[in-house]
Design a protein around this ligand. Structure first.
Ligand code: HEC
Length: 147
């Protein structure tokens, strides 16, 4: 009797886990590829900017990677305009982004300009230049990213 109960509860737990996994897969499948692509590119920006700050604050001990993060941010910033191509509508991007494409592209250029300045910065200037990059992210998120 005890064993039976165990078998039943294991089966129930298994069924719940399967349902949860199926739900996660279904959720992922619902995100169109162009939206997922944009979100991954954004996560990449975030990983590299975050990597700079974590090192500057001493939260991680990999200062030798700061140059890598700066170069990757600068390169990725150049790729941002095409993540908003027609056909990529949706996700958390407000429809205004496409209605005001010129302003969206100006915000993307502000990011690229800020990352270029960061790439040219050295020593003590890096923190302030990275802060400027962070502000340029906000310059696009505030008008065009839904909460
Ligand atoms: C030109 C506009 C623009 C710039 C510049 C920009 N973002 Fe974004 N970002 C967006 C939009 C719009 C979304 C919503 C994407 C979607 O879900 O469609 C977003 C989403 C994100 C997300 C969430 C991604 C996810 O997993 O859903 C992160 C993280 C992010 N941005 C980080 C950054 C960082 C860091 C910077 C600056 C280094 C930056 N972004 C610069 C427009 C921008």
């Amino acid at each position: 009797m005890k064993i039976n109960k165990f078998v039943i509860s294991a089966a129930v737990v298994g069924a719940i886990a399967l349902t949860a996994a199926g739900y996660a897969v279904a959720q992922q499948a619902m995100v169109p590829k162009p939206v997922e692509y944009r979100q991954k590119m954004m996560q990449s920006l975030s990983a590299h900017l975050g990597g700079i700050f974590s090192n500057l604050k001493g939260e991680v001990n990999a200062k030798g990677n700061i140059a890598h993060h700066v170069a990757a941010l600068n390169a990725t910033a150049q790729a941002i305009p095409l993540v908003f191509e027609p056909g990529s509508e949706g996700g958390k991007t407000k429809p205004e982004a496409w209605a005001e494409k010129d302003k969206l592209m100006a915000a993307a250029k502000a990011l690229a300009d800020a990352t270029a300045k960061l790439a040219a910065a050295s020593g003590d200037q890096i923190g302030a230049a990275a802060g400027e990059v962070g502000r340029s992210c906000g310059g696009c998120h505030t008008p065009y990213r839904a909460q």
